[in-house]
Design a protein around this ligand. Structure first.
Ligand SMILES: [Zn+2]
Length: 127
């Protein structure tokens, strides 16, 4: 899901909405090439062409991904902590530490894919 936005024709404030469309073609197919949006600031109802709509990152979704990766890392550390001192094999300890990298890399992978999806939406114009 992408957060989309455009600027209000009357007051120039941002109008935000969410869509499952991955590009402007899918957005136009779902909702027509002119989308009716109501501005939360001035309450004016206007039609906006799909090419005037842009995708951007969602702060809440971003924060959620960050929390998942932080708590995932802490969770795994708590889980392996007891094992860590019982192990005498250096390689086994190394493997355990390697596991903890997964949740911390989750956030960077998520951010990368999110950036790619936003970029993909914004570069493809509806003809
Ligand atoms: Zn407005």
């Amino acid at each position: 899901m992408l957060q989309l936005y455009t600027k209000c024709k009357k007051c120039r404030k941002e109008i935000n909405f969410f869509s499952f469309a991955s590009d402007r073609f899918k957005l136009a197919k779902d909702q027509g090439d002119a989308i009716e949006l109501i501005c939360e600031n001035c309450h004016s109802k206007e039609n906006y062409h799909v090419n005037d709509i842009k995708a951007e990152g969602n702060k809440i979704v971003n924060l959620l991904a960050l929390f998942i990766s932080i708590f995932g890392t802490i969770g795994i550390w708590l889980f392996i902590w007891d094992f860590l001192f019982k192990l005498t094999n250096v390689f086994a300890i190394g493997n355990l530490i390697a596991i903890t990298i997964f949740p911390s890399s989750f956030y960077s992978i998520f951010q990368y894919s999110q950036r790619e999806r936003i970029r993909y939406f914004n570069i493809k114009y509806y003809i």
